[in-house]
Design a binder for this molecule. Structure first.
Ligand SMILES: [Cu+2]
Length: 125
């Protein structure tokens, strides 16, 4: 289980722009990994939170702008389904705001690389 976790984390962490699909796994362990999640606009999303720590801080995650939240039991993966979203940035955080992440919804994402629509570009491939 631990080994698998490391592999999974490696996959998630190694490609910060791998979110160019409708399903994203976010590992919760001393923060959100990845904490910047890039997804295309207009696509239903499933965010899978995989909480691997007992820190009470991360017992739930809140998407304030979306009015959504989810309980995150330790050692389990909880999925949060979101409707197609308009382009923009949607923050998520633990209830007291110590752990933070951003869901960045862009009009155009190809192979994980944003185009001019979102105003942010990655130099790495
Ligand atoms: Cu907290």
């Amino acid at each position: 289980m631990k080994r698998f976790g490391r592999v999974l984390r490696g996959l998630v962490g190694g490609r910060p722009s791998a979110a160019a699909c409708d399903r994203v796994t976010i590992v919760v362990d001393n923060g959100y990994h990845p904490d910047i999640v890039r997804v295309p606009a207009g696509t239903p999303l499933r965010l899978c939170f995989d909480r691997r720590e007992s820190n009470p801080c991360s017992e739930s995650v809140v998407f304030a702008r979306l009015g959504r939240s989810a309980q995150l039991p330790e050692g389990r993966t909880v999925s949060l389904d979101l409707p197609p979203l308009a382009a923009g940035t949607y923050g998520f955080a633990c209830p007291n705001g110590l752990l933070r992440g951003e869901l960045i919804v862009s009009l155009t994402i190809m192979d994980g690389r944003e185009h001019a629509t979102c105003g942010r570009r990655r130099s790495s491939t």
